[in-house]
Design a protein. Structure first.
Length: 148
């Protein structure tokens, strides 16, 4: 298995673990029913902001740990360059990830059009971000295994 395949697998697993652990952490903090709307907006705003920060920091830490473990176990360095195949795979993964997020964003806005509760829009939007992250990593793994 190549470095890129292993990195994609680690990225999929870490994205799932980060998202699930953060949601389990934040779920008990939901303000509940009958609460003033400003408190609900505060909850969802902090949910998205802290999830973004937590995800970025955790992905960086996991990437550093992965590179250290990879180097210790295989005595190889991370590839220092990206060839045309790597760039093409990255572009395809970005395209698929972006498409999934845009569709999720449209569904989130559609939930507002159809008078769904406000938390439905935030849940759809956050889920679309998570699914788009996983989609990008799965696309990379697929193309590194099967080719372009």
């Amino acid at each position: 298995m190549t470095y890129q395949e292993k990195k994609s697998i680690v990225s999929i697993i870490s994205a799932i673990l980060i998202f699930v652990s953060y949601c389990l952490f934040m779920y008990p903090r939901y303000p509940g029913e009958g609460v003033e709307s400003s408190e609900v907006f505060h909850y969802w705003g902090s949910f998205v902001l802290y999830l973004t920060l937590f995800s970025i920091v955790t992905h960086i830490i996991i990437s550093i740990i992965f590179n250290i473990v990879f180097r210790l176990t295989t005595n190889e360095k991370e590839p220092a360059f990206a060839d045309e195949l790597d760039k093409l795979i990255d572009l395809k993964a970005f395209r698929n990830s972006f498409f999934v997020f845009v569709v999720g964003f449209l569904f989130a806005m559609g939930s507002l059009v159809f008078y769904q509760p406000l938390h439905a829009m935030f849940i759809i939007l956050i889920s679309a971000g998570f699914i788009s992250d996983v989609t990008g990593s799965v696309t990379k793994l697929y193309h590194y295994r099967r080719g372009v």
